[in-house]
Ligand binder design. Sequence first.
Ligand code: ROI
Length: 167
Amino acid sequence: MSDSQTPVEAYIGLGSNLDNPVANLHSAYQAICALEGVTSPVLSPLYGSKPVGPQDQPDYVNAVLRINTSLSAQQLLSELQQIENAHGRVRNIRWGARTLDLDILLFGKAIINDANLIVPHIEMANRGFVLYPLADIAPSDLQIPGQNSLAQLLAACPADGLHRIAE
Ligand code: ROI
């Protein structure tokens, strides 16, 4: 549990490739901003991206959101899962299409290895659709706990057709 006097800076990855992805991301953004214990939201630009994993699914829209939060990581996870569910997210096909995916990427400097939550997000270092929008809103010297700096990760990660989309 984090001390409610000292909010943690957390980064959340947003993704959607079904049912109007841009609208899904905007509505998820508004729902996260409305949470008690969440302040100072900053949303990255939205990016179009090719699916990582099975290719027989639509392209994705991705973004990253920075917040300050007095919630614990587990409380934040639970809130994000409720928002996913409210957007019709069904957890069935691994790496399949989804109306809304909300991932805790970073939670301050925490390294979390809970059964249901691993932070920093296990795949973020390899994913352009996370690293590029993260770099738009993070300090340029951001360190990924237990890993390299964001700048080093970015230098090793191809942009792979990632493109900003007009909103
Ligand atoms: N691919 C892209 N481009 N964006 C995502 O958000 C995304 N999410 C996933 C998988 C299926 C791994 N592929 C993705 O969960």
